[in-house]
Design a protein around this ligand. Structure first.
Ligand SMILES: CC(C)(COP(=O)(O)OP(=O)(O)OC[C@H]1O[C@@H](n2cnc3c(N)ncnc32)[C@H](O)[C@@H]1OP(=O)(O)O)[C@@H](O)C(=O)NCCC(=O)NCCS
Length: 176
């Protein structure tokens, strides 16, 4: 798959770049991201570079991973990615750096990537999972048009090593 850049109001969603590594390192170490988007074993600068390298390589056609930035490509505000793309299905994940939270960054980024994916990847269903203990993520799902479908019991081990119940949300290409 070729790289794309997307826009959302006040945001640019662009492919990851090597020079994002220090900002990625700071983000992945921030406590809320370390808890809800855990990097197994923690992360150092080489690990942040490897994290970027994997997300910048779209050659397997199984993910689309974008940095969420200000309109000029900086600063780094967050991350949004579609993963497990297969046979019309995918999952979406995201985080926002602590300083940028509460301004609609995640909601706008998820909405923009979702719309692009339905139009250009011909997906039918995108799933979004978050810990029930993470209500901000539940709000992002609702704002981005992903209705809740149910609760998965102790379905994922998060950053503190504990298993948490999760809400499964999903959006279909045919949803209004
Ligand atoms: C969850 C997260 C991505 C939200 O990012 P954001 O850019 O602040 O999200 P938005 O501004 O688009 O929307 C935030 C919504 O959550 C609500 N919210 C924020 N903090 C909240 C909290 N502690 N409890 C309940 N709702 C909260 C906001 O009021 C807003 O809802 P509203 O629009 O109905 O008022 C961000 O907090 C984050 O990165 N957290 C750590 C990592 C994480 O949770 N990632 C998601 C894993 S599934």
């Amino acid at each position: 798959m070729d790289h794309v850049e997307l826009t959302a109001p006040g945001l640019l969603l662009r492919p990851w770049r090597e020079e994002d590594a220090p900002a990625v390192l700071a983000a992945l170490r921030e406590p809320a991201i370390a808890q809800w988007n855990p990097s197994p074993g923690g992360v150092d600068l080489p690990g942040a570079r490897e994290w970027i390298r994997r997300r910048a390589d779209w050659s397997a056609d199984d993910h689309v991973s974008l940095a969420v930035t200000g309109p000029d490509g900086n600063p780094l505000l967050g991350s949004v990615s579609l993963h497990r793309i297969h046979d019309g299905d995918a999952s979406i994940g995201y985080w926002t750096v602590a300083e940028a939270r509460g301004h609609g960054v995640a909601s706008r980024a998820v909405t923009a990537l979702t719309s692009w994916a339905f139009a250009h990847l011909r997906l039918h269903r995108i799933e979004l999972c978050h810990a029930v203990a993470n209500p901000a993520s539940c709000r992002v799902a609702a704002r981005a048009g992903y209705p809740a479908e149910g609760t998965l019991r102790e379905s994922y081990r998060y950053g503190d090593g504990r298993r948490y119940d999760e809400h499964l949300h999903a959006r279909l290409a045919t949803d209004a």
